[in-house]
Design a protein around this ligand. Sequence first.
Ligand code: NAI
Ligand code: AKG
Length: 448
Amino acid sequence: MSNNDYIQSLHERIEKNNPNQSEFIQAVTEILENVSDELLENEEYQRYRIFERLTEPDRIVRFKVEWLDDNGEAQLNRGWRVQQSNLIGPYKGGLRFHPTVSESVIKFLAFEQCFKNALTGLPLGGGKGGADFDPRGRSDHEIMSFCQAFMTELYRHVGPNTDVPAGDINVGAREIGFLYGQYRKIKNEFAGVLTGKAVGMGGALARTEATGYGVIYFLEHVLAEQSQQLDGKRIAISGAGNVALNAAQKAIEKGATVISLSNSRGLLCKEQGFVKSDIDWLIKYDNVKDNTLQEFAETKDGQWSSDKKPWQLRCDIAIPCATQNELDGQDAKALLENGCQVVICGANMPCTSDALALLNSSNDCIYVPGKASNAGGVAVSGLEMSQNAQFERFSFEFVDQKLQDIMKHIHDQCVECGQTDEKQTDYVKGANVAGFHILAKAMLAQGV
Ligand SMILES: NC(=O)C1=CN([C@@H]2O[C@H](COP(=O)(O)OP(=O)(O)OC[C@H]3O[C@@H](n4cnc5c(N)ncnc54)[C@H](O)[C@@H]3O)[C@@H](O)[C@H]2O)C=CC1
Ligand SMILES: O=C(O)CCC(=O)C(=O)O
């Protein structure tokens, strides 16, 4: 088979085996494009079918979640846990509760997670889970009932050395608490089976902040490569959840001007830049108010625009922190026309394929994929696991320093594996190739 035919056969296999799973196919295609050379140059990778085996999840668990709402009516949802690969550590990755959750979404997240976790240098395999449950408008009691029902099935598939879920969209400290409480009751044991727990029950200090802070630490390295710094840069951020708000807070602390936040209903802009107390307020009322951003504009400061995204704003740096495919080709074009120099992802796969192609081929803009830049969250989850295993508690400063070291380590790997002919760094290629080497080597070493 010619080289072209071989790579083409891998594309066809993915399409054929995963019909109607556009997000999963998108994530796999991006990585395949970057690792084609390694596959062609390494006969062992082909003989042992490394790519095919990495793309096939070890197991997919789909389950029924039935629970009672506040009116005493039965509700029914679907839950998933995709255990993609435990080649280099227990399956590890978050849980997402959102009506758009599907098998394709969880599979793409689990696949990406394997590469991300490998880049951290910690012994973490890859997995992801969630449910098509919409928490919007639900009471605390309903959220608790749902979480308990979800864990009543999930508990049999997880364990501190088997699979360790954490939070993702709409799964924060409150949900992790309810999930953990149910696991503890069923199993009658304290075990580090979830991360993102409250600090008083084994959670790591700085886990809440870690993903957003990690993005900014990574960004500083990207800018340093260009002999630039964060101080004075205008940053547009999308999202207004855990990742967005903590990235904003760290960026402000480092002297940047953060001009936007957003949610699925619209955009909040503050032209002169948010200040620390603004972000403190938004963190405090996240989850409490129906639309925190709109309320901020109405009662405090800034402009609210319904149904708008931040990508038309003039900015030096864009940080998408909401969800997959939130930034499309038109948005990418607008960012480039307005002089955006760096797009660095807080969210997982926030750019459509069109947007990625435009941004990553531009000589004027650097694009950093989430599997590199948002790995700080899972890295600190890894520290939480090690803290739990030792019955220890690490200080905020210790964890934050480790996080900074890990983000630098990931950046260094991207630079090493992502060199282009023009002696620049292609961060997409760097992250994909570096992660692939780690997983491929482990797969070869462990035999078939
Ligand atoms: N929480 C974590 O540690 C990590 C999260 N991520 C990724 O970061 C992203 C955000 O996650 P979190 O902040 O944890 O979730 P979150 O639930 O705290 O916040 C999500 C935010 O995105 C907004 N949003 C959702 N869909 C949207 C849409 N279509 N358009 C605009 N805004 C939308 C929501 O309104 C909310 O403000 C996700 O892609 C997640 O997979 C990645 C690594 C780690
Ligand atoms: O902390 C974790 O285990 C998971 C974080 C996560 O879901 C992600 O990196 O996308």
